[in-house]
Design a protein around this ligand. Structure first.
Ligand SMILES: [Zn+2]
Length: 192
């Protein structure tokens, strides 16, 4: 591993990045503000009308190897993006304001890998005050550990990539149904 000096310089560069992020991305973002969310914790809310296709904010983070990524995923880090064949991006850093953007089953943004950088891009026009969301793209493995409370009419109940929605609904419809009064609006119960 790195010697002491290299660790120090790494810390310094992270501090510089943090300052840069605060100055140019967080506080001066023209598109959103961070405040409490009904979905989860803090969320990002449009502070003005955002046209469809807008690159709202870059998803910043530490670039790590696939091996390190696996370690952090096992340690329950949920901010890791697949970047390319050799590296991932860990967005669980203070200087990444995009980490506050919540997951939704009916998102208004998506994460796009544009020339090796992750951007949160508006997939439709977003009015002021609306919470920004994107699909976190989780695998179906252990999906029951990640309940979704996005509140959208077609919420699948769990945080998974859209390609797994049908499979999750199929599995959930096979599970024993809870009493109606307890969870009356489970989306899978309304399917034909
Ligand atoms: Zn949902």
């Amino acid at each position: 591993m790195a010697a002491g000096n290299r660790q120090t310089s790494k810390r310094k560069s992270e501090t510089a990045a943090a300052e840069a992020a605060r100055g140019t991305r967080a506080s001066e973002s023209p598109w959103f503000e961070i405040r409490p969310s009904n979905i989860h914790g803090l969320g990002a809310f449009a502070s003005r009308t955002i046209p469809a296709g807008t690159r709202i904010v870059e998803y910043l983070g530490e670039i790590i190897s696939k091996e390190e990524s696996r370690r952090r995923l096992q340690a329950q880090n949920h901010f890791i993006f697949d970047l390319d064949e050799t590296h991932d991006l860990d967005g669980n850093v203070e200087w990444n304001p995009a980490r506050f953007i919540n997951h939704s089953c009916s998102p208004n943004c998506e994460a796009q890998n544009i020339e090796g950088r992750i951007w949160i891009v508006a997939t439709r026009k977003i009015p002021p005050g609306e919470e920004l969301t994107f699909n976190y793209g989780y695998d179906i493995k252990d999906y029951q550990d990640y309940p979704c409370r996005c509140g959208s009419p077609n919420c699948v109940g769990y945080i998974v990539a859209e390609e797994y929605f049908e499979e999750v609904r199929r599995r959930e419809s096979r599970r024993a149904r809870p009493p109606d009064e307890e969870r009356p609006s489970e989306p899978f119960q309304r399917r034909p």
